[in-house]
Design a protein around this ligand. Sequence first.
Ligand SMILES: *Cc1c(COP(=O)(O)O)cnc(C)c1O
Length: 370
Amino acid sequence: MQNKPIYVTMPALPPLDEFVHYLEGIWSRRVLTNQGPLHQEFEQLLAAYLEVPHLSLFSSGTAALVTALQALDLTGEVITTPFSFVATSNAIMWNGLTPVFVDIDPDTLNLDATQIEQAITPKTTAILAVHCYGYPCDTSEIGAIATRHGLKVIYDAAHAFGVRDGNGSILKHGDLSVVSFHATKVFNTFEGGAVICGSAELKSRLDQLKNFGLASETEMASPGLNGKMSEINAAMGLVQLRHINDAITARKVVDARYRAALANVRGIRCLEGSAKAPNFSYFPVLITDDFPISRDELHALLKEENIYARRYFYPLLCDLGAYSHLPSATGDFGVARPSSERIMCLPIYPDLAWHDVDRIVATIAKAAAV
Ligand SMILES: *Cc1c(COP(=O)(O)O)cnc(C)c1O
């Protein structure tokens, strides 16, 4: 008999009756979108929960990223990482800008701050870094480089909901940070996202741009998207907020069980972030050369056991057809390339059963022993 499938993640769902309560409100008010009351309430409570000054809700993390870059009036080149989800570099392209890929740091797999400066040209206007797996980037070094060269900094913080470093929320770094509330993320509103910013002025610019760029009924400031979050997604967010701390605590338990069980498996390196308050959004491991089979062989072997680990992130963005023609795509990426060939994210979600964690570990340990 085939074991039941274990996916890399399962969306956290709050108690249905709590959601239904909000639906009844939507039905009685007949306000479905356009910054309705739930949108406003969620925006306020979320900013308070995340301990950030201002944020603007969006219909997706990608719409939020595209609009964040647009709001900063960038031109030319944007320095970014090749080790991320396609939405990161796609958002640069959507704005008519050129991504410039720079290699990553071997410990965090985030943009290597020591290699940014050599990629800066007269055309560079911004750095778009990713807090991969919610592990904080070297924000102080990136900030110092940006100041020296007059660049904007945007963080793709799609993985970094609620993460804190020694100075509080990591979402406060840079000019703008973007989070995603997609179903697969730590905190979900079915689909959704937000841009975090430091001033009320920037927030109103973002609010305008996500509403077609309209400045009034008859005026348009700049051509914007329809990136508005609907009332139903905001309702989901309000319910999820009540349960997010429990969800992160449950993830922490899974994380600890993996770390203990994999500690003695030769050739498996569990990654570790430096966040003061991590969110346990992913469980990335590197299948090193000490492991008897390759990452792809282990990935396939797990699949045969109905365990769906994911190769986040493979292939590198610079190797995708849309990007491989760029001058920066031909770099040697001495860290990003081998990492992308060895990385695998194991299943993690709040109600992942212990016996399922044990089955995943046992499958890996068996492969390690041959
Ligand atoms: C999920 C994700 C996004 C996009 O978010 P959506 O809400 O799915 O549009 C962007 N960047 C990274 C790194 C992601 O993982």
